[in-house]
Design a protein around this ligand. Sequence first.
Ligand SMILES: [Zn+2]
Ligand SMILES: [Zn+2]
Length: 178
Amino acid sequence: MDAWKEFEQNPISHSAAHHIVAIKELLDEYGYARVSDVARLLEITRGSASITLKGLKGRGLVTEDDRRFLGLSKTGEHVARSVIAKKTILKKFFIDALGVEEHQADIDTCKIEHLVSSETAERVAQFLRFLDSGDPSSEHFRKALAEFDEPCSGDTSSCPCCAEACLVKELGDDELGS
Ligand SMILES: [Zn+2]
Ligand SMILES: [Zn+2]
C-alpha cells in the first residue's frame, strides 16, 4: 500500500499522540493527570479532551480510575515514550546536523513525531552518534558541511538533488503547503 494511504490508517493520530504524551508529562511532573489537566496542557477545551480520551480509553491506551484520575496502559506508555524519543532524535538532527533554527525544528518535528518509523529514527540516531563521536572523520565532515554554502546551480544535469527541475526551487514557500 502507498505510504500516504497507510498514514490514514495510522492507529495513532497526531491529536491522540499529543493526548498520550500530555498524560505522561503530567504523571511525570505531578504524579496525577485528570481530563482538565490534559485540556489545560494542550490548550483545548475540556470537552474536546474528553472526547479524544474516551476514544483512547476504548482502545486500551489510556486508563481511568474511579476517582477520575487518568493513567497509561502498557501500550499507551510505550506509545508516549516512542513519540517523545522520535521527536527528541529528529529535533537534535534538525538543529545539530542540519542547522535548522530551534523554533522551526520544533514545529517540523511536531508534525512528524508520531509518523516516522522507529527504524528511520534509529538510523538518524546512529548518524548523530557518528557526528558526536569525536572521530576525526566526523569532525572533518561537520566542518566541511558547515562551510559548504554553494547554492544549487540550477543545472539539472550536474546537480545530484535535482530531477527535471531544481527541486530546491520547487520547494517554494510554505504558505500553501503547511
Ligand atoms: Zn505534534
Ligand atoms: Zn539542484
